[in-house]
Design a protein around this ligand. Structure first.
Ligand SMILES: CC(C)(COP(=O)(O)OP(=O)(O)OC[C@H]1O[C@@H](n2cnc3c(N)ncnc32)[C@H](O)[C@@H]1OP(=O)(O)O)[C@@H](O)C(=O)NCCC(=O)NCCS
Length: 249
């Protein structure tokens, strides 16, 4: 499915678009035709062409996807940015909430009118168990650290990355970055344990008001979504593909 089929945003659904950032999936459009001058300038600051192309593909896809919901050409999407860098649309844009994450060859874009949303995808880089535990001790809550430490060598990646992506999705949902100290809240740990926010000293009501969901992603990746909404919603995972042309339909 491409984003050009005019999907409808819904308060009962979060659409999560998978975007391949592999070189073969690069958009056929010229960046200058779609991206803003600020985005072009940012793309040009990447030293490695591979990273530049991934950024261009992700931003072009983000604009295509949002444009398809709003009935606008991708170049007409106007982003604002909060004090911590989270991009958002003008509230006049049908209260559409979105969030983007990228890692390695994949990006995810969550879109909804259900509430504030955060998404995180992480590629698993091979690392020793001791390294994972060192990072977990530094960044995770004590409860999370003990759960990761108990997972053993076979379970450490599942424990670590399920926790990492759930935590990142939570802070991205609030859009405050590391202004939310990572050890002040606790998420469930382990890919076979349902995603949940267990406790938040930072904002205790989030335990009932913020829902976490794990996402289906290719092998070697983990991903999670956070949504500020008291009711459960349907997560609809979709694939974005390069449109033949970037002109409006
Ligand atoms: C943005 C942030 C919240 C996540 O960064 P990240 O995981 O490296 O990057 P992701 O690919 O998931 O997300 C980047 C995208 O999120 C969006 N974004 C930027 N700032 C954001 C914010 N404060 N809140 C939500 N989304 C944000 C942007 O669309 C950005 O895309 P862009 O780079 O094309 O502009 C980063 O500022 C941060 O603070 N990371 C914490 C890292 C950490 O120590 N994590 C510990 C794990 S528990």
């Amino acid at each position: 499915m491409t984003a050009r089929q005019h999907p409808r945003p819904s308060p009962e659904t979060v659409d999560v678009w998978s975007i391949s950032l592999a070189p073969a999936m690069s958009p056929s459009t010229r960046p200058n035709d779609v991206l803003s001058p600020a985005e072009i300038a940012r793309a040009e600051r990447f030293v490695q062409p591979k990273h530049r192309q991934r950024f261009i593909t992700a931003r072009t896809a983000l604009r295509e996807i949002l444009g398809s919901y709003l009935g606008l050409p991708p170049a007409a999407i106007c982003f604002r940015i909060n004090a911590h860098g989270k991009p958002y649309l003008d509230p006049a844009s049908a209260m559409l909430q979105f969030n983007l994450s990228h890692s390695g060859d994949w990006a995810l874009c969550a879109v909804t009118t259900a509430g504030e949303v955060g998404v995180d995808i992480e590629r698993v880089r091979p690392r020793a168990q001791a390294y994972r535990l060192k990072v977990a001790r530094r960044f995770f809550s004590a409860h999370e650290y003990h759960a990761i430490n108990s997972a053993g060598p076979a379970g450490i990646d599942s424990a670590f990355f399920s926790g990492w992506t759930r935590k990142e999705a939570y802070i991205k949902c609030h859009g405050k970055g590391l202004a939310i100290p990572l050890a002040t809240f606790t998420v469930s740990i382990g890919a076979t344990t349902p995603a949940a926010l267990i406790q938040s000293d930072w904002n205790p009501v989030d335990v009932t008001q913020c829902r976490l969901y794990d996402l289906d992603v290719p092998a070697g990746y983990y991903a999670a979504l956070a949504l500020l909404n008291t009711k459960p919603v349907r997560i609809c995972q979709l694939n974005w593909s390069v449109p033949a042309t970037s002109s409006p339909e």
